[in-house]
Design a protein around this ligand. Structure first.
Ligand SMILES: NC(=O)c1ccc[n+]([C@@H]2O[C@H](COP(=O)([O-])OP(=O)(O)OC[C@H]3O[C@@H](n4cnc5c(N)ncnc54)[C@H](O)[C@@H]3O)[C@@H](O)[C@H]2O)c1
Length: 277
């Protein structure tokens, strides 16, 4: 039996992370679209990794439990990477909340029951969660601790009518949920953290930059402190550190990796975006 890494969301960011932590372990590549997982598996197998693929929908607890059953056939689950998600331009409010907010919460809950001693996980949140103004302490506590099956009934989530807000609340919830789960994962000797990336060049982001909203994005990136977008490998490097032996004192934390864009959104040249975001 090997140790097992489970990646959900086999896109570029997830792959960059799994490549850094997967050597010598069995890498389970999960995705809603099995063809995405299979495409990633081909790249991984050609690079010497041992993989298997599985179709999974994180908005379904049953599907998550199937994924866990699949993973445990190969050994104890040592790493969880959640890079699955839908963006504001891809899905309606209800789907964003069901996948990004509820799905991530269930995933953390279920993997928190089986993660191995010394294991670790990362959840890919987003800079978007850092663009939402401060919530009340009560709202924070509700997002962090409400039992998963009651989460989507929270009155302030039911009021959301635009997809960007749904995405921002979901990503804020990911960070809070990670804090809550860190207290449980820690009891098993494991850590769980979140990473909030800015714009990272993936096939989807590259299309956006060339598409009708591309000019706005290019202007924003040019005015940001880094003056450019990030790469999946930069996110991978951060995640690798968090999951390595050097990151064992880091638990329940969130890491912005956005080239300073959030800082500029609140206090610098990008404040003009507050009118539209
Ligand atoms: N690319 C960026 O600029 C950026 C910035 C900040 C945050 N993120 C976040 O990073 C994560 C990965 O994004 P990416 O850019 O690699 O996108 P991507 O579209 O390449 O990868 C996401 C993957 O998740 C899968 N997926 C969607 N819904 C799912 C579900 N219900 N169950 C299982 N899998 C599902 C998709 O099929 C896709 O393969 C997302 O959570 C996204 O919100 C991306």
């Amino acid at each position: 039996m090997k140790k097992v890494v489970v990646l959900i969301g086999s896109g570029s960011i997830g792959q960059a992370i799994a490549r850094r932590v997967g050597a010598g372990q069995h890498v389970v590549l999960g995705d809603l679209k099995i063809e995405n997982a299979n495409a990633a598996a081909k790249i991984f197998e050609d690079a010497g990794f041992e993989t298997s693929t599985v179709a999974v929908d994180i908005s379904s607890r049953e599907s998550i439990l199937n994924l866990i059953e699949h993973a445990q056939k190969f050994g104890a689950v040592n790493n969880l990477i959640n890079a699955a998600g839908v963006s504001p331009s891809q899905a309606p409010v209800s789907a964003i909340l069901k996948v990004d907010l509820y799905g991530t919460a269930v995933l953390l809950e279920e993997f928190g029951k089986i993660i191995s001693d010394g294991g670790s996980g990362v959840v890919i949140s987003s800079q978007s969660g850092h663009r939402l103004g401060a919530l009340s302490e009560e709202q924070n506590t509700k997002l962090a601790t409400t039992p998963t099956e009651e989460l989507l009934n929270l009155p302030f989530l039911k009021e959301i009518s635009d997809t960007l807000k749904a995405y921002q609340y979901s990503k804020r919830c990911n960070v809070l949920r990670v804090m809550y789960e860190a207290t449980r994962w820690g009891k098993r000797g494991a850590t769980i953290n979140s990473i909030s990336p800015g714009i990272i060049i993936t096939p989807l982001a590259a299309d956006e930059l060339k598409g009708p909203r591309g000019e706005g994005y290019r202007k924003m990136l040019k005015a940001s402190p880094a003056g450019r977008a990030g790469t999946p490998d930069e996110v991978g490097d951060l995640a690798e550190f968090l999951m390595s032996s050097r990151g064992r004192f880091i638990n329940g934390a969130d890491f912005l990796i956005d080239g300073g864009t959030t800082a500029s959104y609140w206090y610098g040249d990008l404040q003009y975006l507050k009118k539209t975001h």
